[in-house]
Ligand binder design. Structure first.
Ligand SMILES: Nc1nc2c(c(=O)[nH]1)N[C@H]1C(S)=C(S)[C@@H](COP(=O)(O)OP(=O)(O)OC[C@H]3O[C@@H](n4cnc5c(=O)[nH]c(N)nc54)[C@H](O)[C@@H]3O)O[C@H]1N2
Ligand SMILES: Nc1nc2c(c(=O)[nH]1)N[C@H]1C(S)=C(S)[C@@H](COP(=O)(O)OP(=O)(O)OC[C@H]3O[C@@H](n4cnc5c(=O)[nH]c(N)nc54)[C@H](O)[C@@H]3O)O[C@H]1N2
Ligand code: SF4
Ligand SMILES: [Mo]
Length: 747
């Protein structure tokens, strides 16, 4: 193998940048942005550059680990021993007859991996438990709920067409740092600068003057958690000033009159004080939005992890629709991904829409959303005795002990489980509670294709990265780990042949693919399709199927349209061009139209209205923040990313610092309803007065973790302060921003 250059899509965030990797045997010697990547064109960020450091990190687990419950000691074991231990731990619990006794938590990186995206489903099916949790409910699920109700499917989410728009209103997102979310756009900063360079404008609404806000044409400070009021007021102005112009959407929507009615109680004058944005600015923003030739409203996590997350997410698209900007160039558009998207609807153009609450969580009665319960309910489902209690947990690529609200309670609950197994690359705050940790192989030994994020992409592109190095001696492919776990939980046993199970899976998928309404392969037999797919196994075989039945696929005709082999021949990716209008073919609602005022959402407006009068001022509220060199909780063990000055600081506005009596560098005590912690103070006028900010994902102080670098720069876990009893009722999403806190000088 020796020295060579290979190309790979970076899996660390949603931007899908192309990396140019210089390899010497299995070692990365240099990382650059791939200038020929059809989408990222050479852009990369410090996290992408750090891939070599992650590969080399001595703390990254390379062999399965077992913890001795009496001594607390960990030892490396081989795969048969590890899997036997998992079987021994889970089998008796499942044998008692309650599938719900085993819960599962799926973390964020599992959406960034081809293997986990496909095979987590297999594991969930095999497990048959209702206790499924994921990072979605500390993140974007409000957007999935509002989009599901409006457009008919959970990932039918419009993305701002930032490359062609003239005006972008951004709320609760900091893409100069995060590189974008629910909007896959490598070099998001460059794209926003290009927007300004061509004479367009962008406006940022955020309680903090972020890097994105600094580069914007205008920044509006907003009180945390009040976006739904602000957005409703914009809607109110559009109706009030006769600026509603749905244009080409006219025949494709229902509920316009209801929205007009719902917005009546939210005039700029009524909401200005609560939002901290004066009413004239609100009116002007509504006019700017409506008069821009092409405009889009884009909102992200700041508008989701709050009490009115679904309402805010819904209002964003209401605005895109009322200004006629949905589904048109330069507005907010629906991608048409090469794999995994919604194919054009059948002729009737109606769908089943989405349904929630088919069951409710045992302790709190939270409705199921897209097959999951809120992560905010996980601790209580473990620590509350009774029938249906979670006794064992499987985690895949997640660190809920740091990432979900009321961490102290969850950590205590994890410590109390009868059995826990984690598929993870580190022994961290969560996985230290496991009995067995099963590590996936080196990233370079895994193939990659971003099934999830091309569904949310500002261009239709496809890029596949093959495995670049062979599996190491003690490594097991990530998909095989999951299939083996599936074998265990479904009673087939740890020794069930994963390749046989995988053959069963592809058979089922092919059968379904053939039977689908309007299937492009309805004329083929299962055997014929399997024949075309032979030569591949595991995730690659399934990906090939998905690509070939997708909108650009060859449908096994060999006519030159898309196959996995083609992507293999194009290591810089294939560009299918800018987004195209997709209404009505993309709609899956029961009416076949855009549901502008879904009943569940309309019913929640009363709660928003009621809260308008009891908004209290005075207390401090806590928000989070991200840093370019962090990735939630798990990249803090790479020295290259964490070196330099302390980033886990409590940011305080100068006026507030004076009130509290704290100076830069002093330690402040921060106390919420559920917890308290201490953090060093950083004083900055980038914050709105009354708002303090602490990043999430830190708190690596435990000597039971095996992350030497992270432990030295432990920081504090901000989710000790967040309250798991607070969720957005429509989506079950946790409230992680706008947390009332008391701040004082630590004594
Ligand atoms: N207060 C507050 N809390 C937040 C947020 C916030 O803004 N504020 N943000 C929320 C958001 S958006 C998210 S997405 C969640 C994230 O929540 P989680 O997904 O629970 O946490 P991560 O920190 O992403 O942890 C990822 C885990 O995956 C492991 N891992 C990394 N790569 C791999 C891999 O290739 N395979 C496997 N099997 N494991 C791997 C890591 O070691 C780590 O244990 O945090 C949320 N929590
Ligand atoms: N460098 C880096 N990149 C990342 C991650 C990371 O940890 N580090 N995490 C990845 C993940 S998992 C995700 S989900 C994405 C998230 O990507 P983004 O959504 O862009 O996330 P943030 O950078 O946290 O920006 C959220 C903004 O919301 C603001 N905010 C807080 N409360 C409110 C509010 O009530 N209203 C409004 N309008 N704004 C509010 C915050 O001040 C912050 O600036 O980033 C991804 N990319
Ligand atoms: S922006 Fe995201 S995808 Fe691009 S290099 Fe950085 S972490 Fe990787
Ligand atoms: Mo996230």
């Amino acid at each position: 193998m020796a020295k060579r250059i290979e190309y790979r899509t970076c899996p660390f965030c949603e931007a899908t940048c192309g990396l140019e990797l210089h390899l010497e045997d299995s070692e990365i010697t240099l990382v650059r942005g791939d200038r020929d990547d059809v989408f990222s064109k050479g852009f990369l960020c410090p996290k992408g550059t750090a891939i070599g450091h992650l590969e080399k990190d001595p703390d990254r687990l390379r062999t399965p680990q077992i913890r001795d419950r009496t001594t607390g000691e960990w030892r490396s074991v081989d795969w048969p021993e590890a899997l036997a231990a998992v079987e021994k731990g889970l089998a008796p619990i499942l044998a008692e007859g309650d599938r719900n006794a085993v819960g599962m938590y799926l973390g964020n990186p599992s959406v960034h991996s081809l293997s986990t995206l496909i095979y987590n489903r297999v594991l969930i099916l095999g497990l048959g438990s209702e206790n499924i949790y994921s990072a979605s409910t500390v993140d974007q699920v409000p957007k999935q709920v509002s989009s599901g109700l409006m457009f008919g499917a959970s990932l039918t989410i419009p993305v701002p067409d930032i490359d062609r728009t003239d005006y972008l209103l951004i709320l609760g997102a900091n893409p100069f740092v995060s590189n974008g979310s629910l909007c896959t756009a490598p070099d998001f900063p460059g794209r926003l600068r290009a927007l300004r360079a061509r004479g367009g404008r962008f406006v940022v609404v955020d309680p903090r003057r972020t890097k994105t806000a600094e580069e914007a044409d205008e920044h509006l400070f907003i009180r945390p958690g009040t976006d739904a009021y602000f957005l409703f007021a914009l809607v109110n102005v559009l109706f009030d000033e006769n600026l509603v112009a749905v244009g080409h959407l006219e025949d494709h929507l229902v509920g316009l009159a209801e929205v007009r009615e719902l917005a009546k109680g939210f005039s700029p004058d009524e909401v200005a004080a609560v939002c901290g944005i004066d009413s004239e600015t609100i009116r002007r923003t509504a006019r700017d939005l409506s008069s821009a030739p092409r405009a889009a409203v884009y909102a992200r996590i700041g508008t989701c992890v709050q009490e009115f997350g679904t309402l805010a997410s819904w209002l964003v698209d209401v605005l895109n629709i009322l200004t006629g900007n949905l589904d048109r160039e330069g507005g907010a558009m629906f991608p048409n991904p090469a794999a995994g998207g919604s194919p054009p609807a059948a002729k009737s153009r109606t769908g089943r829409g989405v349904r929630f609450g088919r069951r409710t969580s045992r302790v709190r009665g939270c409705p199921e959303i897209y097959g999951e319960f809120p992560a905010a309910c996980l601790a209580e489902e473990i620590d509350t005795p009774g029938a249906g209690q979670i006794k064992a947990l499987i985690t895949v690529a997640g660190n809920p002990a740091v990432s979900t609200p009321d961490s102290d309670r969850l950590e205590a609950a994890l410590a109390d489980l009868d059995f826990m197994v984690s598929v993870d690359i580190y022994r961290n705050e969560t996985t230290r509670h496991a009995d067995v940790i099963l590590p996936p192989p080196s990233l370079l030994a895994r193939s990659h294709y971003d099934i999830a994020f091309y569904q949310l992409s500002v261009r239709n592109v496809a890029n596949y990265s093959p495995a670049l190095i062979p599996l190491g001696d003690h490594e097991m492919p990530e998909w095989e780990i999951l299939v083996r776990l599936g074998g265990i939980v479904s009673g087939l046993g740890a020794d069930a042949d994963p390749y046989v199970l995988d053959d069963g899976l592809i058979n089922m998928l092919v059968e379904r693919g053939i039977q689908k309404v309007d299937s492009p392969i309805s004329e083929l037999s299962v055997e014929e399709v399997l024949g075309h797919l032979s030569g591949r196994k595991g995730p690659e075989r399934i990906l090939d199927l998905m690509l070939r039945v997708g909108p650009y696929g060859d449908a096994f005709t060999g006519d030159g349209r898309l196959t996995l082999a083609q992507l293999e021949a194009n290591p810089h990716g294939i560009d299918f061009g800018p987004l195209q209008p997709r209404i009505p073919e993309v709609l899956r609602t029961p009416s076949g139209k855009i549901e502008l005022a879904p009943a569940a959402i309309a019913a929640d407006v009363a709660r928003l209205q009621a809260a308008l009068s009891d908004q209290q001022n005075g207390a401090f509220v806590l928000i989070g923040r991200r840093d370019l060199r962090s990735n939630n909780s798990w990249m803090h063990n790479l020295d290259i990313l964490v070196k330099g000055k302390d980033r886990c600081t409590l940011q305080v506005h100068p006026d507030d610092a004076q009130k509290i009596g704290v100076a830069p560098g002093q330690i402040a005590r921060v106390k919420s309803k559920v917890g308290e912690l201490e953090a060093a103070v950083e004083i900055t006028d980038a914050l709105m007065p009354g708002v303090v900010s602490l990043p999430h994902g830190w708190g690596h102080g435990s000597n039971r973790i095996q992350m030497g670098v992270a432990r030295e720069r432990a920081g504090v876990n901000s989710n000790i302060l967040t309250d798991s009893s607070l969720v957005d009722p429509l989506s079950g999403n946790a409230v992680l921003n706008g947390i009332p806190v008391e701040v004082s000088l630590a004594t």
